[in-house]
Design a protein around this ligand. Sequence first.
Ligand code: SAJ
Length: 434
Amino acid sequence: MRERVAVIGLGYIGLPLSLSFAMKGTPVIGVDANPRLVEEINAGITHHLESYQGKGIQDILQEELASGRFRATTDYREAVPGALAIVVTVGIPIKNGDPDTSPLLSAIASIGELLEPGQIVIVRSTVIPGMTGGVIREILEEKSGLEAGEDFDLAYCSERIAEGRAFEEFENMPVALAGVNGRSAAAAEAVIAKVTTKAPIHRASDMAVVEISKVMENVQRDVNIAMVQEFARLTEALGLDIHEVIAVANTHKRVHLLTPGPGVGGYCLPNALYYMLPRAEEHGVPLELLRLARRINDHVPAFLAAQVDRWVKGKGKAPSDVTVAVLGIAMKDFSSDDRISPPLDTVERLQQSGYRVKAFDPAVPTPYPFKVENFEEAIRGADVILILARQEGIPFEEISRWRPLAAPELFIVDTRNVYRPEMLASLRVDYWKI
Ligand code: SAJ
């Protein structure tokens, strides 16, 4: 009786998913194309900031490795043969607005070559709607000589976890799935139910329904954020605090406004529209609002750089005379993820304008040349402080202590609603909040 699960792709989704299966008693062999990543994982090392019931992901990883319930490899032959199910979490990167499906389809081909009758393939990657029942099914059938829905099962089950809450949300986030037929849907549901133990599993009539629902779930969030970025420009003009206005609006039981920030990053939201566009363009559907929202969110780093320029010019200074301390470069608060991170776009724009930039973010391991390794070094002599992500280890609340380290005239750009103006009154700070 097959019991083991193969998880293909050991990134921000695949590693926590593998460990979720393993912790709940289902052995997993994980596959990743990156040998250094596989080596690090098998050595019990990960940089993700996930935790479960107070235990960090690195401790969980070490326990599951020690128990023998989980290990990683680069070799599909170790993972696919004999597996009950093969769960695919390989992403589709977007390059200049175009989805690059090659990493995913290469993984699918490797699976197809080893696929055995009776196995279940569950695609969890966010895909271009129609892919699972189209090109993915075709490759699996062609490589294996088996028929989907008959000889093996094929299903699509979107993943919805938010980074930083992976373990909890693998357990308690409702799941949507569909199979090539009812048998595949049932087979996939039995596997997913091993990790989704505290939430309903919704079956849809067709895999494309779940694929496009997933993309829409993220696009609507992107649009919401673009909308509040525009609301913030109006409330600023009216001298009102956008965060208070949003909090008041959200007291309406059917209103859920998100909050403006330093831009929309991460591997998910900024990419979502580009998974939708190929199908829309095939059918001549313009998606004007969605494209405009994406442009509004993409523009935020330039907008922030313009705020800095405005203040510097107002002081009669030139960028080359000004040092900017950037606090937080991750794509969102309390994250180590800098894959698609708007703060990095802001840093690049400032550097191109001639500013000297020192960035501090204790959660992001990437050693950028402009990144300094301690907070005081970032702040020392800074004329401008850009707050772009909250992190453990950035002592925002100790501003009275460290204010003297910065320049006598100081401009703080706060995109995380860290301060209220009255907290800064005695500290000789010009303050702007998004
Ligand atoms: N952001 C804002 N304002 C907000 C919320 C987020 O500016 O009010 C920004 C964040 O700073 C970040 C970006 O948006 O740069 C994405 O943040 P996120 O909170 O959406 O985090 P993700 O990308 O880890 O998770 C999203 C979630 N999608 C939805 O909530 C609809 C998650 O549930 C998905 O599983 C995930 O994308 C994904 O994997 O698709």
